[in-house]
Design a binder for this molecule. Structure first.
Ligand SMILES: [Zn+2]
Length: 338
């Protein structure tokens, strides 16, 4: 008995010493995957973006009159039904076409201690030819790895289900579009794996017609289910404190309405022309100008990460090493794909 007690005491002492010396990058262990249906018992907050805005904004509408908030709600309601069939507990932030505060949507996720927060959106831009999925996570990729994991799964599944796997995709930080603080819903629910998914662009006339079709909405909802399944099958890293590894200076970009301006249509042309001009040392400043205009007018496009990387290269060649380093860091933290 005494020997056992002494042994136990020694063991505790050894363990304590080991614990004190060890510097752990993550305080809590990673959440392990579970057996059975990965969706069973999960608390998932589904947030149909916007609502009740038909009276006072004219940019959240397709060329044929379909509104984003309507599409978002149709997809979210189908998604709720499918997830509940799989045993998940689903909380919707709205069930009708009404306005709900962003902080209120996030609060639901926090209160419910949600396993995932998924904000359902569809995108708009000045160029009607544009149509591809964009998925946002909050803050820095290195700190928010669980959300990056979910974002990647979403982008892959949207591409597979809606674009036959042939679309370019963007998986980017919400700081690319709201440089100082990111998006309200993801900021206020930080710590819960969360994404904003823009499955496709309703400003593309053919896509707008497809998005009106409930069967197409169902296909999109299926893509969400598959992505959530992919996510819950995996080991999910702990989410670290925001800005604990790096805080990048804001890079100002055009906001939603500004991105609908005529100049914004040149995003790809500006990128390609900038890359072409980079071949000559004499055109370096002009190349930088065009690449910068490309990222400002479409900061989450599938060329934006590459455009920033090219900007870093130009800064480096112009001898501005610190600027180059900041831009490279921005690419790593904000532009996960491509
Ligand atoms: Zn939206």
């Amino acid at each position: 008995m005494t020997t056992l007690l002494i042994l136990a005491f020694l063991m505790t002492a050894v363990l304590n010493t080991a614990g004190a010396q060890e510097v752990r990058p993550q305080e809590k262990p990673q959440e392990k995957p579970q057996a059975g249906d990965p969706l069973d018992g999960r608390v998932i907050v589904v947030d149909p973006g916007h609502g009740g805005t038909a009276e006072h904004d004219d940019f959240r509408v397709g060329p044929d009159g379909e509104r984003e908030e309507w599409i978002n709600l149709r997809v979210a309601l189908l998604l709720q039904e499918m997830l509940e069939e799989r045993g998940a507990q689903v909380v919707l932030t709205r069930t009708t076409d009404v306005a709900v505060e962003l902080a209120e949507r996030a609060r639901l996720a926090v209160e419910q201690e949600a396993d995932a927060f998924v904000s359902v959106h569809h995108n708009a831009t000045a160029d009607p030819g544009v149509n591809f999925p964009i998925v946002y996570f909050h803050g820095n990729a290195s700190e928010n790895q669980a959300s990056v994991l979910l974002a990647r799964a979403m982008a892959d599944r949207m591409n597979q289900y809606l674009f036959n796997g042939r679309a370019p995709v963007s998986v980017v930080s919400d700081h690319t579009i709201f440089p100082t603080a990111g998006t309200g819903v993801l900021r206020h629910s930080y710590g819960i794996p969360g994404v904003i998914v823009e499955a496709s662009f309703f400003t593309n006339p053919e896509e707008e017609q497809r998005l009106r079709d409930p069967e197409y909405n169902r296909l999109e909802a299926e893509a969400y289910v598959m992505a959530l399944e992919d996510f819950f099958y995996q080991r999910r890293p702990e989410i670290l404190e925001k800005y604990s590894t790096v805080q990048l200076p804001p890079f100002e970009v055009s906001q939603e309405a500004g991105r609908m301006a005529d100049m914004a249509r040149l995003w790809k042309q500006d990128y390609l022309e900038g890359k072409r001009l980079m071949k000559s040392d004499a055109d370096m400043e002009r190349a930088l100008e065009l690449l910068t205009r490309s990222v400002r007018s479409f900061p989450d496009s599938w060329v934006a990460g590459k455009a920033h990387a090219a900007r870093a290269e130009i800064k480096q060649r112009l001898g501005k090493k610190e600027d180059a380093e900041t831009i490279r860091r921005r690419v790593t933290e904000f532009y996960v794909v491509p």
